[in-house]
Design a protein around this ligand. Structure first.
Ligand SMILES: *[C@@H]1O[C@H](CO)[C@@H](O)[C@H](O)[C@H]1NC(C)=O
Length: 253
C-alpha cells in the first residue's frame, strides 16, 4: 500500500534535480505501459475481425448458393459450336418424343425435410409425399420442361393429335404457362450469361435468303450433365408412379 501511494505520488514530486526528473520521465512510461498492451490487443481484435469478414465475404461470393446437387457439379470444357444433330432435334416422331421424355425423366424429384430447411423453404403448404419427403425440381429440369413445351407448341398440329397423358410430353396449352416458360428460360439464359464468342461466315451470295451462318472455335465451360442427371434420376418421382399426400385445401368428399 505504501509503495503504491509513493509511486503514484512520484509524478507530483518537484523536479529539482536530475534524479527527480529521471523519476518523472520514468513514471509516465509506467502509466503508458498497460495502455499500449490494450491498444495492441484492440488492434489485434480489429485485424482479426477484418480478416474474418473478408473470409466470410469471400466464402459467400466464391461458394455457390445451396443445392443438394452441388456435390455432383463438375465442370468440363466443350466446344461452343457443334454441327452434329442430336436425338433432341427434328420433326416430331416417336423416337424424338422418347428422347425428350427420357431427358425429362427426373423433372420431379424428392427432397428431404433437411434439404428443404437448408434451402430456406417455407413448407407450410408444400406438396409432400406419403413418406414425409417433399416434391421438388432442379432449375435446369424446369427450364428443359419449358423448352419442350415451346417445342411442342411449334408442332401443335401433331401434338394435339398425339396428346398422351401417360407421358411427360402432355402439352400445356395454357398461354399463362407458355409465357411463364419463355420468361423462365430468358431469366436463366441471362443469369448464366454465356459470353463465348461467335464469328459469322458467308455461305452464299448476299442476295440469297440464307447467306451467313455463325461459326465459333470458342470453348465453353459446361457442367457434366450425366453427373447431374444421374443424381436427379436416383431421386426421380416418375410420372404416374408416385402419389402425393393430401394437401391442406383438400375438400371432404
Ligand atoms: C409460409 O407459407 C404460408 C402459406 O403460403 C404463409 O401463410 C405463411 O405466411 C408463410 N410463412 C412465412 C414465414 O413466410
Amino acid at each position: 500500500m505504501n509503495k503504491d501511494s509513493s509511486e503514484s505520488s512520484e509524478p507530483l514530486l518537484p523536479s529539482h534535480d536530475v534524479r527527480s526528473s529521471l523519476l518523472l520521465s520514468k513514471a509516465p512510461r509506467k502509466l503508458l505501459a498497460p495502455n499500449w498492451s490494450i491498444i495492441i490487443l484492440l488492434l489485434l481484435v480489429v485485424y482479426l475481425s477484418i480478416i474474418e469478414s473478408i473470409q466470410l465475404f469471400w466464402h459467400k461470393v466464391s461458394s455457390p448458393p445451396y443445392s443438394p446437387a452441388n456435390t455432383v457439379l463438375r465442370n468440363e470444357q466443350h466446344f461452343l459450336y457443334r454441327t452434329d444433330d442430336t436425338v433432341y432435334r427434328g420433326e416430331p416422331s416417336e423416337e424424338l418424343d422418347s428422347a425428350w421424355d427420357e431427358l425429362l425423366l427426373a423433372l420431379n424429384i424428392r427432397a428431404s425435410p433437411e434439404e428443404m430447411a437448408l434451402n430456406h423453404e417455407n413448407v407450410t403448404n408444400a406438396v409432400r409425399l406419403p413418406d414425409g419427403d417433399y416434391v421438388a425440381l432442379l432449375g435446369v429440369y424446369h427450364q428443359l420442361h419449358c423448352l419442350n413445351t415451346l417445342r411442342m407448341i411449334i408442332y401443335s398440329d401433331y401434338y394435339s393429335q398425339h396428346d398422351d397423358d401417360e407421358r411427360v410430353r402432355k402439352i400445356d396449352w395454357n398461354p399463362h404457362h407458355t409465357t411463364h416458360c419463355i420468361e423462365s428460360i430468358r431469366r436463366s439464359l441471362m443469369c448464366h450469361a454465356d459470353v463465348a464468342l461467335y464469328g459469322v461466315e458467308w455461305i452464299a451470295d448476299s442476295h440469297e435468303a440464307e447467306n451467313m451462318r455463325l461459326r465459333s472455335n470458342a470453348e465453353v465451360t459446361c457442367v457434366n450433365w450425366d453427373a447431374v442427371n444421374s443424381w436427379a434420376k436416383e431421386r426421380a418421382l416418375v410420372r404416374h408412379q408416385y402419389k402425393v399426400a393430401p394437401g391442406p385445401f383438400e375438400q371432404k368428399h
